[in-house]
Design a protein around this ligand. Structure first.
Ligand SMILES: CC(C)(COP(=O)(O)OP(=O)(O)OC[C@H]1O[C@@H](n2cnc3c(N)ncnc32)[C@H](O)[C@@H]1OP(=O)(O)O)[C@@H](O)C(=O)NCCC(=O)NCCS
Length: 461
């Protein structure tokens, strides 16, 4: 990013745009999983800084680390083979000691970096508390298809009460994939599964996997972006019937399980991308793949197929006088001026832009959000889309006519205006019986512009 002293605008804009996300994430529990490869990498200290930043923004952070390369190195040094079956390590009695050592070393490395606070480092002044403990109760995987997995185990229970109490005290909780049994045995667990189960049992808002290999969409080979759980399941189904193994299948299957069991969003990020975690969490479009438990909204240009949905949305508002009457015929001829918010196939929001080429003005009209979906920033999303479009047409002022939402507009940088100020065609079409207020907003980005009008819409992630 450019030096903020020299070029303040992008910096300020970026900071403002992050604000809704900062507010939305505060107090939420995020479980972040990273493999042992991340700990080995030269960029690990930077990743740790990002963790501390999340912590300082009030996110309740649970970190789950892996240690596969560290275990492999120790086994090799001891002359022991690394044995896997179906992607799961077989942990012999001799290997168990190396597994415990590797995890302990990995944990100490993370704790060390989280404890650093040198004055000239990005963590200066940050007092980070880290808590680890016997949070995981495990049992042996046992013998499967003739393979004895030895000391490899599966999770039986997560001590969520203990984890929550550490989070309540402001600590980052760090979990190694090691489980303990009531009989006093130690088990080697799969870090990815531990992270998922911890997220499920904590009812976490987000589970984030920092992946070594990012999942791709089958057909285009392009990276996956947003998927609902249903879409992710359909993708897995297609992969089951297709012979070629595409990357990330196991992670996507795990994301579906997590979302089906109460985690709201699962993010799959490329660990190698600098700042991936921050870009994903604090920008509208993110950088990774996201599987979401509830369907997400799509804001897009309307097509003729949306007429039914828009009519259904605005009919009750027209009946109550909130919006001016618009017939089906009107909508048919004007649909290309509408932007709609679609959720699960239903139109839950709309707004239209009308231009007046003889003037420098454009009109925001027919702004509506379904009553069940209000107060979640969708009105802002629509306003922002219309403002952007109006600017693109060269308009320097946006106006709206409203009977009951004048304060909504005022809070977004509009000011009261007079009918006489309207462009002549609109002035002549003004219906005095509705007694709508006329509100104007400058689009030239002057100093009076309301922050809310420049900030990103409330996050959907
Ligand atoms: C106005 C409208 C589009 C806002 O949609 P929304 O998705 O709820 O908007 P947002 O989530 O971005 O904003 C919600 C905020 O606006 C406030 N708000 C909603 N309607 C308001 C109104 N009529 N007057 C003043 N404030 C209002 C809410 O209280 C909330 O504020 P808060 O978060 O401080 O409590 C929606 O209420 C609506 O469809 N209203 C009926 C149609 C209408 O009047 N359209 C405008 C005429 S063109």
């Amino acid at each position: 990013m450019a030096d903020p002293q020299q070029h303040p605008a992008p910096y300020v804009q970026w900071f403002r745009n992050s604000a809704p996300y900062i507010n939305a994430h505060r107090g939420r529990t995020f479980v972040v999983h990273f493999g042992g490869e991340a700990i080995e990498s030269g960029a690990f200290a930077t990743l740790i800084h990002d963790f501390t930043l999340l912590d300082s923004l009030g996110i309740r952070l649970v970190l789950v680390h892996g240690a596969r390369p560290q275990i492999d190195a120790r086994l090799a040094a001891a002359g022991l083979d690394a044995t896997f079956s179906e992607g799961v390590r077989v942990t012999s009695a001799q290997a168990l000691g190396r597994v415990v050592e590797a995890n302990a070393a990995a944990r100490v490395r993370v704790e060390t970096l989280l404890s650093m606070g040198l004055p000239n480092s990005p963590m200066a002044g940050a007092k980070i508390r880290v808590s680890s403990g016997n949070f995981l109760v495990a049992r042996p995987l046992g013998v499967r298809r003739g393979i004895d997995f030895g000391h490899s185990g599966e999770l039986r229970r997560v001590d969520t009460e203990a984890i929550r109490s550490h989070l309540d005290q402001g600590s980052i909780v760090l979990i190694s994939p090691i489980g303990y049994s009531p009989t006093g045995e130690v088990f080697n667990l799969h870090a990815e599964e531990v992270a998922r189960e911890v997220a499920v049992q904590l009812n976490a808002a987000k589970l984030v996997h920092l992946c070594e290999e990012t999942p791709i969409a089958d057909a285009s080979q392009s990276p996956l972006r947003e998927l609902t759980v249903d879409e992710a399941e359909a993708l897995l189904e297609r992969r089951r019937s297709a012979p070629r193994e595409a990357s990330g299948t196991r992670l996507i299957a795990g994301a579906v399980r997590a979302c089906r069991n109460g985690v709201k969003r699962v993010h799959l990020l490329d660990r190698g991308t600098d700042g991936a975690l921050l870009l994903e969490l604090f920008t509208r479009d993110g950088v990774g793949a996201m599987v979401s438990a509830d369907a997400y909204d799509a804001t897009r240009r309307a097509t003729l197929a949306d007429i039914g949905g828009v009519l259904e949305l605005i009919a009750p508002l027209q009946a109550e006088g909130w919006l001016a009457e618009r017939s089906r015929e009107n909508l048919e001829s004007e649909m290309d001026r509408y932007v709609v918010v679609e959720r699960d196939g239903a139109i839950i929001g709309c707004a239209a832009l009308f231009t007046y080429p003889e003037s420098d003005m454009a009109e925001l009209a027919c702004l509506a959000v379904d009553a069940s979906y209000r107060n979640a920033g969708r009105g802002d999303v629509l306003l922002e889309a219309i403002e952007r479009e109006a600017r693109d047409t060269g308009a320097s002022r946006l106006f709206a006519l409203t009977t009951r939402a004048s304060h909504w507009f005022k809070e977004r940088g509009f000011r009261d205006g007079r009918v006489e100020e309207l462009p002549p065609p609109r002035r002549h079409a003004y219906d005095p019986t509705r007694r709508s207020k006329v509100m104007f907003k400058s689009l030239t980005g002057n100093r009076d512009a309301d922050v809310r009008s420049t900030a990103a819409p409330a996050p959907v992630s």
